[in-house]
Design a protein around this ligand. Structure first.
Ligand code: UT7
Length: 319
C-alpha cells in the first residue's frame, strides 16, 4: 500500500508587524477588546511589492530544504489561496516559474481558510493513486489586501503569510485519513463578492463577515468533522499528540479542543502573533511547532480548518 507522508515543512512571514495598538490609531478599537474577543495581539503585513506568490516561494524554499528535496524532484504543485496575485494565471504556476521547474503540473485550490486541508487531502489522493510521488503543498495569503481598513469588525482579525509542506510517497503512513465538507447555503456569512466585468469591478471588493454567525457555525462544524475523522480512522482522541487548528479565534480553538477533550498544552496556537492568515494558518502553525521542537517524528497530528463557502475539513496524520 502506498501512503503519503510530510517530508518537510517551511513558512514565511512578512517583516512588517502591525500591533493592536497601531490598529487602535486607525479605527475605534482597543488591545483589550481584540485580545479578549479573539486572542490576537499582532499580525504581519506584506510589503507593497510582495505578492502571494512571493510569500509562497519563500515558504516553499524552506519546506524543500527541510525535506531534503530539490525543486526538480517535484511532480506537482498545489497552492491554496483566496488572494491570488491576479485573476489568472494561478499562483501555483507563478510559483512554478519562480522555482524554475517548467513542465511540472501546478494549480490553485480556492477553499478560503479551509484551503490548506483541501490541498493536502488532494495531494494525498494524487500520491495514493500513483499520479504523483512528491507534491509541494502551499497555503499562502495576502489577506491585508481584502480588508476595509476602516471596518473594525474585520480589519483587526487577519494577517499575511505562507506555509508549505513537501508531501512524499511512503511505505508507512503518513496521512491516516482526510475528510472534507462544504455547504454553499452559508456562503453569505463570509464572502468577498466583488466581480470583474466589462473592465471594472462590481460588488464590494472587501471581506465581509457576520462574525457571530461564523463563530457559531465554525465551533460545531470543526468539532463534528474532527470527531468523524477520528472515528473513521479508528483513532482515539487520547491518541492525538497535537491539534494543529486553523487560527481564526482563540475561543473557537479552545472550544474545539475542549470538545476533543484535549488540554490546550496539546494545541498549537500561533494566532496571537499572526492573526488569521486564512489558508496559510495551518502550515504556518505546523512549521512553527516543528521548528521549535514540539512536534516530533512519529507523533499523531490532527489538522483542521474552516472557511468561507462554507468549506471545512480535517487531516489526521502521523508526522
Ligand atoms: O477564518 C474564517 C473564520 N472566521 C472566524 O472564525 C471568525 C469568527 N467570528 C469571530 O471570531 C467573532 O465573532 C468576532 C471576533 C469577529 C467578533 O466577536 P464577537 O464577540 O462575536 O463580537 P460581535 O461581533 O458580537 O460584536 C460585539 C460588539 C459590537 O458592538 P455593539 O453592537 O454590541 O455595540 C461590535 O460593534 O463589539 C463591537 N466590535 C468591536 N469593538 C471594538 C466589533 N469589532 C470591534 C473591534 N473593537 N475591533
Amino acid at each position: 500500500m502506498t501512503y503519503s507522508r510530510i517530508l518537510g515543512t517551511g513558512s514565511y512571514l512578512p517583516e512588517q508587524l502591525m500591533t493592536n495598538a497601531m490598529l487602535a490609531q486607525r479605527v475605534e478599537t482597543s488591545d483589550e477588546w481584540i485580545v479578549s474577543r479573539t486572542g490576537i495581539r499582532a499580525r504581519h503585513i506584506a510589503a507593497d511589492d510582495q505578492k502571494t506568490s512571493d510569500l509562497a516561494y519563500l515558504a516553499s524554499l524552506k519546506a524543500l530544504e527541510s525535506a531534503g528535496v530539490q525543486a526538480g524532484e517535484l511532480d506537482l504543485i498545489i497552492v491554496a489561496t483566496t488572494t491570488p496575485d491576479m485573476v489568472f494565471p494561478g499562483v501555483a504556476t507563478i510559483l512554478q516559474e519562480k522555482l524554475g521547474i517548467p513542465g511540472v503540473p501546478a494549480f490553485d485550490v480556492q477553499a478560503v481558510c479551509a484551503g490548506f486541508v483541501y490541498a493536502l487531502a488532494t495531494a494525498n489522493g494524487y500520491i495514493k493513486s500513483g499520479m504523483a510521488k512528491r507534491v509541494l503543498v502551499v497555503g499562502a495569503e495576502v489577506m491585508s489586501r481584502l480588508l476595509d481598513w476602516s471596518d473594525r469588525r474585520t480589519c483587526v482579525l487577519f494577517g499575511d503569510g505562507a506555509g508549505a509542506v513537501v508531501l512524499g510517497e511512503s511505505a508507512e503512513p503518513g496521512i491516516l485519513h482526510a475528510k472534507l465538507a462544504a455547504d454553499g447555503r452559508y456562503r453569505d456569512i463570509l464572502k468577498t463578492e466583488a466581480q470583474i466585468a466589462d473592465g471594472g469591478v462590481s460588488g464590494a471588493p472587501f471581506l465581509h463577515m457576520d462574525g457571530p454567525a461564523v463563530f457559531k457555525f465554525a465551533v460545531k462544524a470543526l468539532s463534528d468533522i474532527a470527531e468523524k475523522t477520528l472515528a473513521e480512522a479508528g483513532v482515539a482522541q487520547a491518541d492525538i499528540d497535537w491539534l494543529v487548528p486553523h487560527q481564526a479565534n482563540l475561543r473557537i480553538i479552545e472550544s474545539t479542543a475542549k470538545h476533543l477533550k484535549l488540554p490546550m498544552e496539546k494545541v498549537i496556537v500561533t494566532l496571537p502573533e499572526q492573526g488569521n492568515t486564512s489558508a496559510a494558518s495551518i502550515p504556518l502553525a505546523l512549521d512553527h511547532a516543528v521548528r521549535d521542537g514540539r512536534i516530533q517524528r512519529g507523533q499523531t497530528l490532527l489538522l483542521e480548518g474552516i472557511g468561507g463557502g462554507f468549506t471545512w475539513g480535517a487531516v489526521l496524520l502521523r508526522f
